[in-house]
Design a binder for this molecule. Sequence first.
Ligand SMILES: [Zn+2]
Length: 502
Amino acid sequence: MSIDSEYHRILPGSDILRDWIHTGKEQGSEIYSTPVGVLACQRSPLLRQLDAIVVSSVLSTPPPLAKGAKKVVIAPTIPKGAICLEVCLNDTVIFPEGGGQPSDIGIITTQDGTVWNVLQAKRQGGQAIHYVHIADGNIDRALQIFCAGAQVKVELDQAGFDRRYDHMTLHTSQHLLSALLETRLNLPTLSWSMTSAGPCYVEIPRGMSLEEISSIQAEANRLVFEGRKIHVEVEELDAKARKPVEKTETGRAIGKGLPEDYTGGVNRVVVIDGVDRNPCCGTHLPSLNNLQLFILPQTDALSRSSTTVARLNFLAGPRLISHLASTHSHLVSTSAILSCGTPQVPDRVKLVVDDRRSATKRVEDVELELGKYIATDLIQSLGNTGELFKKHVHRTDDSATALSFLTAISSAFSDEMAKLQSQTPYLIVLTSSPSAHSSTNTNVVFVFGSEDKRVKEVGDALKVKLAVKGGGKGVKWSGKFTGLWKNGKEDVLVEEILDCVA
Ligand SMILES: [Zn+2]
């Protein structure tokens, strides 16, 4: 493939870059790897396959991720225990992660016809390293096949290309979006993230109004419609000429400088004609055509310790289409449940939520009222002997808040006792089970009494004898019992526990 093109331009004075690119046609010379910055995937982003030569291969021994280490970009994860070779080729169409763009995945076909999965690619210094999965676990054979000088075919298969195309549309969109925010609204991009699914985002120093967002959206659409061309300019990186990355007052870097561990020696700038020039190592589409950038019409404020930042979400390309398809299907299924047209969904949902709120309120009121009746009923059977009154009451209740009803009964009980100025000591266990006959039922238990000690004694016994999980404080104890509550068994156990309390 060609080194120079309309898309890939080596700037005057940097002719040496042509020698750095190992095309595989160099006769009889040493095989070396093309540095990251001028890889085939960076020179020709739509290229899907390439004949390549192995420069080196070693068994991969990934260091464990340091505790608290933050992953900068979402890399395709190498499954735990997968044995990989780290393979360096003379050149590649598989992009190693960088510039906020995650690594590609792909395949390598060796001369014996074996197809090997490349699980990820990473930049080490200035080289792209392919993590080649050894599916059969035969390391010796793999090392033999990937010996230096071996001819291979490196390729983005359909899954690899779909993934790459998604990344390209989003990464190029980010450049376009950041450029417009910067030049039209003086809003620098503080950082950006290519998420693994759903909208991506840029972070900017403040929130944006709807008008601002729609003006940026309209401007982006105009440039996409025009199909502005994109090209890449590369030159030899003179280390001394590296400028420090511009920072904001709070010390956050604006944009991206070259990574400090980059040793590839290439300075690369991605240019959107008439719109933007941005140092970047990513793979970018050759034109804005069909980019379909869509900005979600709101910013989310994030507050961090020292700064306030707003997030602007965007979508593009195939991800935009799948996002629209899925949100549309959510909307359609919601409207079917609500039996209304999609435009009526928000009003209908509001109605349902309001109804639900007032129904909940009514249930609470009725429970309070009913709680009083149950409490009064209990008090009537109290007698006036001065002896300890012990009682277990079991209820069937399918409410998710059955415990709060038991609490309401206990509160009504103690209120009523206080009103009557009754001195009779009491110890009461309330239990509640769902109506379903299921071994996964969650039953609730509430114990209350006139003395802490007795309540605790019952609670402790419930834990031991019924395996109730719970705890309490003072004259109240509550817990949960998982399983089917049976009349002849659990009820009897509770009675036994109460019988033991003196
Ligand atoms: Zn970039």
